[in-house]
Design a protein around this ligand. Structure first.
Ligand code: HEC
Length: 133
């Protein structure tokens, strides 16, 4: 007799799936925001940068038109690992890639600055000791 009057029409337990869905939605939304806002990964995770696979194609596209052959600009042949490594670790290569186009020392000379994520490949490779990999 009393059973019908004390039993709630909607059990509190029936709300649980709704809370679960809302929780998932919140997690998805916050993870999206986190990815956009995370300054540690502006270019994605490159892993170990390869000189032959990642950097040579960039140098070929933007630099070796002047920096190769019999009389390379500034005597700098950027087809050679040793010269690129030396210029990156001890010379001005990294600095020049990051100069604004208004600066006459910016490389590639007379071209457009490399995208930040391409420059980041050089920086990551340098931080790894500029290996011939
Ligand atoms: C249009 C020709 C041209 C292109 C393309 C070019 N350079 Fe240069 N580069 C020069 C000239 C000319 C110099 C010497 C004048 C100077 O130091 O600014 C030079 C100098 C340099 C130096 C200084 C060398 C030293 O020993 O002082 C570095 C480093 C360099 N370039 C790197 C690059 C890189 C990296 C690229 C590609 C992203 C590039 N250059 C593209 C013409 C070019």
């Amino acid at each position: 007799m009393t059973e019908n009057t004390t039993k709630p029409r909607i059990s509190p337990h029936s709300w649980r799936p709704i809370f679960a869905v809302a929780g998932c939605l919140a997690a998805v939304l916050s993870s999206c925001t986190y990815e956009v806002a995370d300054p540690a990964l502006p270019c994605g995770d490159e892993g170990i940068v390869s000189f032959a696979g990642d950097l040579l194609p960039l140098l070929d596209a933007h630099c070796t038109g002047c920096h190769s052959g019999g009389s390379p600009s500034a005597g700098l042949d950027l087809t050679s690992h040793d010269r690129v490594a030396e210029s990156t670790l001890e010379g001005s290569l990294l600095e020049r890639l990051q100069l604004p186009p208004s600066n006459i020392r910016m490389m590639p000379l007379n071209g457009n600055p490399l995208p930040k994520c391409d420059v980041a490949l050089f920086q990551s490779w340098a931080a790894n000791g500029a290996p011939n990999n």
